[in-house]
Design a protein around this ligand. Structure first.
Ligand code: 5RP
Length: 290
């Protein structure tokens, strides 16, 4: 039982001190088996340790989303610039050519729409994930929402149990429901719970104190982009997240809703992998947009 009258906030995050056992380029993966490491290396570039994941799973919960009306027209031209694609089974099978040859982070849970927002009770059959040769499975975790919390923990747990049998990494997606705080306390708690339950990657949002969220999470953290921002601000977000220790981005709307998505994903890639500043990335975006 938690001693609720004695919750002491962590304060010693060892900021600036590299995590131990880091001969493998993916945090916390040192002791994993070959198949896991191979899949993680398909997502996280072994040279930089970073990843640009292109997320276009929004339709499974939001229905029609601007920029995702036509996967063939909107998304296919972007895929060559992504390190990994994140989508649902339905979109993968119907709209992504088998020759794409990019690692797939499969959206593996369901059970809700934009009206209730949080998924908690459906998990894809592991055999189907294997048939699609996925490199990771993404499952939501909604801490702090009474109606969903225990069910999403169970869903994540089940996903890890099943996926680890076949050396498939799981990405825990920290949910932000309507009532949930968007701060380091919430994202830190949710990220750590994902990792403690066996997630090999955590996706969360950038926030003040993000470096503590990353430091206290024993596996790589990638950020979602969130709502569409002006391009320079979105590149700034990527830059700050990487500077604070993120292992990459899993970005959707700030890429596919950009004025020039093909230019934007290349600029994001350059900020994440090549250390371009936001301004340099923005100039790259502008040059590619001419
Ligand atoms: C929602 C998701 C989305 O894929 C994620 O939010 C990334 O998209 P965006 O950058 O548009 O926020 O996992 O559960």
């Amino acid at each position: 039982m938690a001693d609720l009258d004695d919750l002491r906030e962590g304060s010693n995050f060892g900021l600036g001190v590299t995590a131990g056992q880091q001969s493998f380029h993916v945090k916390g993966a040192e002791n994993l088996p070959w198949g896991m490491k191979d899949r993680l290396s398909r997502i996280f570039n072994p040279k930089t340790g970073k990843a640009v994941m292109l997320a276009f799973d929004h339709g499974f919960i939001m229905g029609l989303t601007s920029g995702l009306e036509r996967i063939d027209l909107n998304i296919l031209p972007l895929i060559e610039y992504a390190d990994c694609i994140m989508c649902t089974r339905g979109i993968l099978l119907s709209s992504i050519p088998t020759t794409t040859n990019k690692p797939i982070c499969l959206r593996s849970d369901a059970g809700a729409s934009i009206l209730t927002e949080l998924n908690d009770n459906v998990l894809i059959d592991i055999e189907d994930a294997i048939r699609m040769n996925v490199s990771a499975m993404a499952v939501m975790l909604a801490i702090g929402d009474e109606a969903h919390e225990a069910k999403t923990v169970a869903n994540l747990y089940k996903a890890v149990d099943k996926a680890s049998r076949y050396n498939i990494p799981v990405m825990g997606v920290t949910a932000v429901g309507k009532q949930m705080a968007r701060d380091a306390r919430y994202f830190g708690l949710a990220s750590r719970i994902c990792a403690e339950n066996g997630a090999n990657i955590v996706k969360t949002y950038y926030c003040d104190g993000f470096e503590k969220v990353v430091a206290a999470c024993p596996v790589p953290v990638v950020i979602a982009g969130g709502k569409k921002l002006p391009e320079l601000e979105a590149l700034d977000l990527c830059y700050k997240a990487i500077g604070d220790g993120a292992a990459g981005v899993d970005m959707g709307r700030n890429v596919f809703q950009s004025e020039n998505p093909v230019a934007m994903i290349q600029a994001v890639h350059a900020v994440v992998h090549d250390g371009l500043t936001p301004q340099q990335g923005f100039e790259m975006f502008q040059d590619l947009s001419k």
